[in-house]
Design a protein around this ligand. Structure first.
Ligand code: ATP
Ligand code: MG
Length: 366
């Protein structure tokens, strides 16, 4: 084989439940695609989540965070499970994930919702509406009402208990998420829809003003604006109108879950979280699925597609990413299905066998 031209360090965080099973498949896919594309991966596997809690007493050990920070990209499986749900020490596996996101300073969360032609029947929407949906939600992840101050509980002038939160965005926070969104749109179909509530909220008025300003740097991307209530409606009425959507933390939380339901295949959906510089974090949107963990039933494709996002958005290795995406489609075309996406007449396989079929597709052996 040719001498690899580029070498990347990838931290693998298998985590809990089905995490290790799906990470193992994605790792093999990355390894194979690297050998075909003349690149090299150095994998570093570290404990995280419940697995790390059991091992070290904390969900994100310092060694894990520093390994993640020192790498070119981080691929995470899933975190949590029944075992740690009533942890008396109040140390939850999920706390580790929040610490990891904060430690990597990832402020942009990218979640595609694609209705694959092979899985159009899984959609919650009518076939005519679902067919051909291919959109990406870019959600601001570290600002807005989930973090804004003041927040808390108090009493009002009548002595009644109140709870309050604050939606705050600074210009620089909007500018940087807007740039990620325009760059993302550029790598897709060059259409960006910014979702806000600028008719009511000052934070949204600033959002819209800044997005319009940043748009001047991207004359090749077509920008539109939509109020969030309308966007929620349009997503189920005619999702095909969207290419890339950019929105704030809370609206993105809601709209990205809504968009994922359009596809109806939680086992198929990847995500990426990106920062200004430094490694991005790539993970399937599904959880640790403790109900099927250790049974070789998990669908590894969400994690395999997360590895493709790692290549595309994390490392800029677009060709390698396309190879993995094409392999996923070809494996589905050849009729292989895990239980979550199975329908009659197709080939029901487990996590491992699905992984092997993806490798065959990457290799072009089928
Ligand atoms: P979270 O851990 O984020 O709270 P959750 O508990 O809401 O997630 P998941 O763990 O994602 O949900 O699982 C929800 C359901 O979907 C479960 O029944 C699980 O078996 C199924 N599921 C999730 N991911 C997969 C997958 N990769 N393959 C097959 N089934 C899956
Ligand atoms: Mg769960």
């Amino acid at each position: 084989a040719a001498q690899p031209s580029k070498s990347y360090t990838v931290t693998l965080l298998p985590g809990d439940g089905i995490g290790p099973e799906v990470i193992s498949v994605a790792k093999n896919a990355l390894h194979l695609v690297a050998s075909l594309e003349g690149i090299e991966f150095k994998f570093k596997e570290m404990p995280m989540g419940g697995a790390a809690l059991d091992l070290t007493g904390v969900p994100l050990p310092e060694e894990t965070l520093s390994a993640a920070k020192d790498s070119d990209a981080v691929l995470l499986g899933a975190i949590g499970g029944y075992k740690w749900d009533n942890n008396e020490k109040h140390l939850k596996p999920e706390t580790g994930l929040l610490q990891l996101r904060a430690g990597l300073k990832v402020f942009a969360n990218l979640r595609p919702a694609t209705v694959l032609p092979q899985l159009v029947d899984a959609s919650t929407l009518k076939k005519e509406v679902a067919e051909g949906v291919d959109l990406m939600v870019v959600r601001e992840l570290t600002g807005g009402i989930y973090f804004g101050k003041p927040r808390g509980f108090s009493t009002n002038e009548n002595g009644e208990e109140i709870g309050f939160n604050t939606e705050v965005y600074a210009s620089h926070e909007i500018d940087r998420i807007a740039r990620v969104a325009f760059e993302t749109a550029r790598r897709r179909h060059r259409k960006l829809c910014s979702v806000d509530k600028a008719n009511v909220l000052e934070a949204s008025m600033l959002w819209r003003k800044r997005v319009m300003e940043i748009a001047l740097e991207y004359p090749d991307v077509e920008l539109s604006h939509m109020y969030v209530d309308n966007a929620a409606m349009q997503l189920v009425r005619n999702p095909k109108q969207f290419d890339t959507i950019v929105t704030n933390n809370i609206f993105g939380d809601i709209l990205s879950d809504e968009a994922s339901m359009i596809t109806g295949s939680i086992g198929m959906l990847p995500s990426a979280s990106l920062g200004e510089s430094g490694p991005g974090l790539f993970e399937p949107i599904h959880g640790s699925a403790p109900d099927i963990a250790g049974q070789d039933k998990a669908n590894p494709l969400a994690t395999v597609l997360s590895a493709a996002m790692l290549l595309k958005y994390g490392l800029g290795e677009e060709k390698a990413a396309q190879r993995i995406e094409a392999a996923v489609l070809s494996t589905l075309d050849r009729g292989y299905r895990t239980g979550d996406i199975y329908s009659a007449g197709l080939k029901l396989v487990g996590c491992k066998e699905m992984g092997e079929e993806v490798l065959k597709s990457i290799d072009g052996k089928v």
